[in-house]
Design a protein around this ligand. Sequence first.
Ligand code: ATP
Length: 320
Amino acid sequence: MNKKIAILTSGGDAPGMNAAIRAVTRAALQEGWEVFAIYNGYKGLIDGELYKFSRKDVSEILYRGGTILGTARLPEFVDPNVRQKGIENLKKYGIDTLIVLGGDGTYHGAQKLVEMGINCIGIPCTIDNDIVGTDFTIGFDTALNTIVNAVDKIRDTSSSHQRCTIVEIMGRYCGDLALWAGICCGAEYVIIPEKEFNRQELLDNLKTHHDQGRRHAIVLITEKITDVEELARDTEEYTEFETRATVLGYIQRGGSPSGADRVLASRMGAYAVELIKQGKEGRCVGIIDNQLTSTDFVEALNGKKRQTNDNLYNVFFKIR
Ligand code: ATP
């Protein structure tokens, strides 16, 4: 079977994308297929930025953060006429399958291409861990380690100055990063979008904590829930705990992928090639209970994420 496949990275970058690009390329080349790299996501697809990749093109990228292919946001991709240009570029090179690496926006774009007759395979790459059909996304573990590292440092200052620090964590509408980091760092409180935020309960908790003479407190909160500067002011006023807010920001997205992310990306990349070999179409790679699996794009976009959160949330409050 002489196949021609293409690969692109889209949406936010995530550590481990390069490891997945390498795995896809090498596994496909071993099958005797041709591999085309598309630069700058869907934008590159419509601009015709396609280049044939050899084994050497993916040398020494396994340990690099970001994506060597670059990524771009292209809102115009919702327009079928714009997508048609991309399809024509794929046809020009005789490409039969497109592998997309990204988050749910990227999957929306791929689903639209599937509807227009192009076979796409998705690989979940986002630090947010917010994709349906997989327990873990590529990049989550590295971001978690970055956060743990940062919060450990913040704790030193918090403790020295006897402060409460409220740390805003990425995740969009998924609290996994904040919750997992909360357990890793022994935070005093975590606030995640899956659980209703009770401001008064938090303030009462921190006041008791302060009145008991504790030297510091760390609160981890997922982005978009509330204004953390305002929350810090409220906390200081109510609890008499000197309080600071810290927004970790883009530091969470960068860096060399962790060992776990390198393994996950390598497994998922090789599995994507396996799915194509088996003739599967319109599938998204996932890992559930450490078993590689796949779902179709519609399910990945509309299904409900398996919640491992409840257990972890209970553990957090039992051991804090
Ligand atoms: P992250 O989770 O890191 O933000 P993402 O893949 O969700 O990654 P988006 O910017 O939402 O990032 O999507 C990436 C690209 O996918 C968009 O710039 C656009 O080109 C395409 N895309 C997103 N939504 C759609 C849609 N509904 N239809 C067609 N294309 C889409």
